[in-house]
Unconditional design. Sequence first.
Length: 464
Amino acid sequence: MEYISTRGKVGSIGFIDAFMMGLANDGGLLIPKNIPVIPVETLQAWSKLSYTELVLELFSYFTNDEIPKEELKQLVEASYSTFRHPEVTPVTKLSDDLYLLELFHGPTFAFKDVALQFMGQFYSYVAKKKGVRINILGATSGDTGASAIEGVRGKDGIKICILHPHGKVSKVQELQMTTVQDDNVLNLSVDGNFDDCQRIIKELFADLEFKSANDLAAINSINFVRILAQIVYYFYAYFKVADNIGTTKVNFSVPTGNFGDIFAGYMAKRMGLPVGKLILATNENNILERFIKEGVYMPGDFRMTYSPSMDIQVASNFERYLYYVLGEDPELITKLMEQFKVEGEISIDGEALAKVQAEFAAHGVLGAECLATISSVKTDANYLLDPHSACGVAAAKACAAPNELTVSLATAHPAKFNEAIELCGIEQQYPEQIKALFDKEQRQTRIAGDKDAIAKAIEVFYKG
C-alpha cells in the first residue's frame, strides 16, 4: 500500500512516512492509493477473531510490512492493554434493532483512545527506531487532547502540545488534559473556538519550514493512521450483530463534527463491509447535515451545545470524502479547497449529490432532543448515554427504517459530560479515575487565538 495526497502533489510514500507526515506537504490529506476490498470468505474468518487479532489482520493491508509482524503485535497489545473491557469495544443491545458500540473503555473514557493509544505507542516506536525527536501538535474539541496526552505522556523523545478552546470543553475534559504534570506536555487554552484552533494547526503544518524546524507530527484525524485504527471497530461491531456474515447489512449511526469517525465507516464500507446507511448525527453546528441534504458545505454561526466535542463548523476530514465522491480528481479538489478558503462555500449537485445521499443519511439533533433522548433511554433501557452518544441514538431513530439493524456509536462515558446529565435530573456516579481529577492541580497556559503567538509558545516549549 502506498499513500498519496488528495491534492496530487505528494508522490507515493510508505506507511511510516505517511504517519510521520500527518498533513500532506501540499496541504491536502493523505489517503491510501488503493482501497483494499476484503473477500467475503475473509470476513467470515475475521468474525471469529479477538479485537487485537482483528487489528493485526486489517492493518496488514496498509502497513507494507514496514513493521515486523511481531513488533506490530507488541505495539497493538500494549495499546489495548490499557482498556478496562476485555473486548476493547464491546457491543450492547438497546432494542431488537438497535445496538450500541461502546467506545469509551479506554483510559480517558472516550472513543479517541482507540486510535490514540496505538498512535502513542507507534510514535514512541518510530522515535526509538529512527533516533529522531517527535514534537506532536494537535487541536481538540475536548476528547482528542486527553487521549493524545495519555498516549505519550512521559515517553522519551516525544513532546506534545495540545490546543483547546478556552471555556468550551466540559470540566472533566479540561481536567483530563490539564492535570497531567509530565514535562513533555503543554496545554494551550486558546481564546476562540475549536475551528480557530484547528485552522491554526493546519496553517502551522502547511508552513513546511516551521514544520521541519520543529519536527512537527500530527495527532489529529488529519493523520490517516487515526482513521485506520477506527476502521477496525466497524468490522468488529458488524461481526457481533450480523446474523449472516457477508450478506446481512448493518446501519451505523455516528455522532460526528470533524467527519473522521464516520469517514472510517465509509472506508470500511468501501473495503467490502456490508454497511447499509451511514447515518451522520450532528448538533446545532450542522454544516455536515446540510451538505448531506442539500449539497452545500458552508460554515454557519458557531454555537455551544450539550455535545461540545461536536461543536465544529469546518470538518478537517471532509476533504478526504470530497476526493472520493468527486471522482478522485486532485486538481478539482485543489481548486475547490482554494475556493472554500476564499469564498467559504463548496456546493455540489446532480450525480455527485445523488451519490452522497445514497451513501449517507443525516439528522441534526437539537439540545432538547438530545436531553430527551438521554432521559428516555435511561427510563426505557436503564442505560445512561452521554450527550454525543444520545445524538447518535436520536439520529438512528430518525433515519433508520423499522426492522433495519443499526449500530449507534457510544463515543464517550456520561461522566465526562455531567453538565448535560444534571439537566435531565439524573444523578450519576463518577468512576474513581474521573472523581480523582477534581483534587489535582491544573497546568495550562491561556493564549490569544493568534497564529504567531501560538507558534512562538510552541517553539519555546519544543526547544526547551
